[in-house]
Design a protein around this ligand. Structure first.
Ligand code: ASN
Length: 325
């Protein structure tokens, strides 16, 4: 029997930059990185205990699957062919969440995601091509309940980090105010009218508290978020923006679960239903509605610590366009 390894080549022609091994080790000696990882450890524990205390069950992450998030922006999709199946690295567990809540009802996953973003994203300070999201989903919850839960667990996490890592935050010169529940909400339409296309940056920079962006139009999102019955073309979804210019904190929404509507939405996006055959089979069997969200753990850490770059919130940061450990 012969063993053949399949090499997946992505961005082989791009102008990538090889990070030296010395730099990778120096990164782990950087005091800011050490502080950030300490804070992140408290953050993970807090998110997990907030969710567990509300009877959410943690399920293990899925790393490779025939089913993953199509996402609404171009990323390169590495595929592994094995056991006669095409498997993709997980970009998000959105469909697995929808399927798992049918029986588990309230779940969360500390989910590693791989998104091979274009190398230009290396300059954003906000992108890692391997990151973790705290991904949450609840059966028969509407968007309102998910937003309420997100506010509670975020406020609890900030308070726990201040309590347990107050000295770390002071050494970083970081002060975070105490927020009240009921974060401000702006519709996607109003945000765009006021700030133009790059409203995420404008709103985040102008705010001192987190801000919700709600009702994102269909063209700007994937097919799985549910459309309002009385507002066609507008989705029952939301993003949360961190204040002080730290951009996106989370994204989520109410999910489409009706087979006919799922098929229509896939075709509106010009996508191939064959890519989602496992999810379509689940919808054919019958899905109940759910809602949820995913919080970027490294971006949350970046905000908490006031870091200039999200790479400092990772022990082995994967920056698009760079090779690293
Ligand atoms: N986790 C997100 C959600 O729950 C989806 C994503 O990461 N694309 O909506």
């Amino acid at each position: 029997m012969t063993h053949r390894s399949e090499v997946m080549e992505q961005y082989v022609d791009s102008d990538y930059q090889i990070q030296s091994i010395e730099n990778a080790f120096l990164h782990l000696e950087d005091e800011k990185v050490i502080d950030a990882l300490r804070v992140q450890s408290t953050l993970r524990a807090s998110l997990s205990s907030s969710l567990r205390s509300r009877e959410f069950i943690e399920i293990p992450p899925v790393i490779i699957s025939p089913l993953t998030d199509p996402l609404n922006h171009p990323v390169s999709d590495p595929r592994i062919k094995c056991y006669g199946q095409d498997l993709w690295l997980t970009k998000s567990m959105i469909f697995h969440k929808q399927i798992a809540v049918q029986s588990l009802k309230k779940i969360f996953i500390m989910s590693p995601n791989i998104r091979l973003e274009t190398p230009e994203k290396s300059q954003s300070g906000r992108h890692l091509y391997e990151f973790t999201q705290a991904d949450v989903e609840a059966l028969e919850w509407d968007r309102e309940r998910s937003m309420n839960l997100a506010e509670e667990i975020i406020i609890e996490a900030v308070s726990n980090v201040k309590k347990e890592d107050g000295n770390v935050l002071s050494s970083l010169g970081r002060e975070i105010p105490d927020w009240e529940k009921g974060f401000r909400r702006v519709t996607f339409g109003d945000a765009e009218k006021e700030y133009g296309k790059d409203f995420e940056k404008g709103i985040s920079e102008d705010s001192r508290d987190p801000v919700w962006i709600v009702d994102i139009p269909l063209h700007a999102r994937e097919f799985y978020d549910r459309e309002w019955d009385d507002k066609p073309g507008v989705l029952k979804d939301m993003d949360l923006l961190w204040p002080e210019g730290y951009h996106e904190a989370l994204s989520g929404g109410e999910r489409e679960h009706d087979l006919k509507r799922i098929l229509t939405r896939i075709s509106q996006k010009g996508q191939d239903p064959a890519s989602f055959s496992w999810f379509i089979a689940a919808a054919r069997k019958g899905l109940r509605g759910s809602s949820g969200f995913g919080i970027g753990v490294e971006r949350f850490t970046r905000f908490l610590c006031g870091l200039d770059n999200v790479s400092k919130a990772s022990a082995f940061p994967k920056i698009p366009g760079r090779v690293s450990l």
